[in-house]
Design a binder for this molecule. Structure first.
Ligand code: AHR
Length: 501
């Protein structure tokens, strides 16, 4: 099969916000305890943080990490995690039916984030609590001193404020599973008043209001309409979440699901525009896609949560999906969709970062290791920052239960900021046919291939593990560039990143 792609210097989509490649750490399962934090581990630093995990996070160059939840935040008291560790209470976490020791709180997470080279994106609890807790937490985190909460922070050992910019107004408040679930109108009012109080403290923070937790919610997309109607002029982003599964074992359908993601973004983008017109507002609201990933391999393990564990275990293994090669393609397709929609999606958080539906896994007392999906995330994060190109793609497509004419070739292009190279991320969705790609570079002077990485040739169910990697990336071969046309073959079911400098 052949595909023609055209990139033109004057046809661009948007500057990509680097925070598109963010991630997420929740107090859930082993994300924090025996994930990022394990005092006594051979690589642990003086604060108990695993250096092997920090090294991998730094390699991924994660720009921002959302914390502390997730569902967890909706019954969390942030004050439980400050002050001397020996005085911190153990609480029952209602979201995941576990015990929370509070050994890690805001001070520890902030130290970890600084060491991992990432920014914090914090969520406030609008489930069991509300405005008052949110304003206190903001003052504790961002006020220089001379007030009750900021002086308490100093007393607890941190002199300077952390100046966190991005704040989530709760989490998935539409979900019946959420502690303190609200109707859209109830949430819209609370979010508006909380935003008002937080902005009264600091106008320059960026606020994220909850959208639907999936497009399958019965309240979608009316939820977004109502919530934005209450909050439009007070917030900067609306949060969307989406997880992908292949329960039916149908690869063609699975690999077409990024089309549903695109439709989701398009729909909410239209709702944003509708409310903007209704309000006669000059201001724009963007999308913070602050939870996304493949999530279904751990379904059996997760049933324990729904059925209730025996007791209230501390940091049990939960949501520990082991990703396969098919998921590499899916994560690549999702990231390509975000690049193409970078005009409206400004923040993205791969959910999550360590142990819980994560690219990085750890063995308690043992090594940290890279899942298959680590690699497409690594390449996009490292080379997908800059300006998104508006590519024209001509390729045969296929129909699925929910989408028509899904192109076998998926491609996103970026004029990469750090070195001026053109970076193309390509996925061949076809199960048996290779695609000969001819990519015409119009108006560009870049003329040689400077990097070519391929992930392909594996069984769809191939996985990595603590003892070694089956799936990784290798140097591609055979790509050429002549007279302004890049030519490369995409083997069946493959992911490739080619950079032209
Ligand atoms: O990321 C796992 C969970 O998925 C989060 O806690 C929640 O927000 C979502 O439903």
């Amino acid at each position: 099969m052949r595909a023609r792609v055209t990139a033109h210097k004057d046809y661009i989509i948007s500057d990509i916000d680097p925070r598109l490649y963010g991630s997420f750490i929740e107090h859930l399962g082993r994300a924090v305890y025996s994930g990022i934090y394990e005092p006594g581990h051979a690589t642990a630093d003086d604060n108990g943080f695993r250096q092997d995990v920090i090294d991998l996070v730094r390699e991924l160059d994660v720009p921002v990490v959302r914390y502390p939840g997730g569902n967890f935040v909706s019954a969390y008291n942030w004050e439980d995690g400050i002050g001397p560790k020996e005085n911190r209470p153990t609480r029952l976490d209602l979201a995941w039916h576990t015990s929370e020791s509070n050994e890690v709180g805001i001070h520890e997470f902030a130290d970890w984030a600084a060491k991992a080279g990432t920014e914090m994106m914090l969520a406030v609890n609008l489930g069991s609590r509300g405005l008052d807790e949110a304003r206190a937490f903001l003052e504790y985190v961002n006020h220089p001193g001379g007030s009750y909460w900021s002086d308490l922070r100093k007393q607890n050992g941190r002199d300077e404020p952390w100046n966190v910019k991005l704040w989530c107004l709760g989490n998935e408040m539409d979900g019946p599973w959420q502690i303190g679930q609200k109707t859209a109108a109830e949430y819209g009012r609370v979010a508006f008043e909380t935003a008002k109080a937080m902005r009264a403290f600091d106008k320059s923070i960026e606020l994220v209001v909850c959208g639907s937790s999936t497009p399958n919610m019965v309240t979608y997309p009316e939820w977004e309409y109502t919530v934005l109607d209450y909050t439009y002029d007070s917030v900067d982003y609306i949060s969307l979440h989406m997880y992908f599964d292949n329960h039916e074992g149908n690869t063609r359908n699975f690999l077409a699901k990024a089309v549903q993601l695109d439709t989701y973004i398009e729909t909410i983008s239209s709702v944003i525009k509708t409310i903007k017109a209704k309000k006669r507002s000059k201001k724009d609201v963007y999308i913070s896609f602050d939870e996304w990933n493949v999530w279904y391999h751990s379904a059996e393990q997760d049933k324990a949560i729904l059925q209730g564990h025996e007791g209230w275990p501390h940091a049990p293994g939960l949501l520990e999906d082991i990703y396969d090669f098919a998921d590499v393609l899916q994560v690549g397709l999702i990231l390509n969709t975000f690049i193409r929609r970078s005009d409206v999606v400004k923040v993205g958080c791969l959910a999550q970062l360590v142990n819980v539906i994560a690219p990085i896994m750890t063995v308690k007392g043992g090594p940290a290791w890279r899942q298959t999906t680590y690699y497409p995330y690594l390449l996009a994060s490292q080379y997908g920052r800059g300006t998104a190109l508006n590519l024209a793609v001509e390729c045969e497509g296929y129909d699925t239960d929910f989408a028509s004419n899904v192109s076998y070739l998926d491609v996103a292009g970026v004029l990469t900021e750090k070195d001026g190279a053109l970076t193309f991320f390509l996925v061949n969705r076809h199960e048996s046919e290779a695609i000969e790609v001819a990519l015409s570079l119009e108006g560009f002077s870049q003329s040689s291939i400077v990097m070519d990485k391929v992930i392909g040739g594996y069984a769809l169910d191939a996985v990595n593990g603590p003892d070694g990697e089956t799936v990784g990336m290798v140097d591609g071969s055979g790509a050429t560039i002549a007279e302004g046309t890049l030519r490369a073959d995409m083997p069946p079911l493959s992911y490739r990143m080619i950079r032209v400098g």
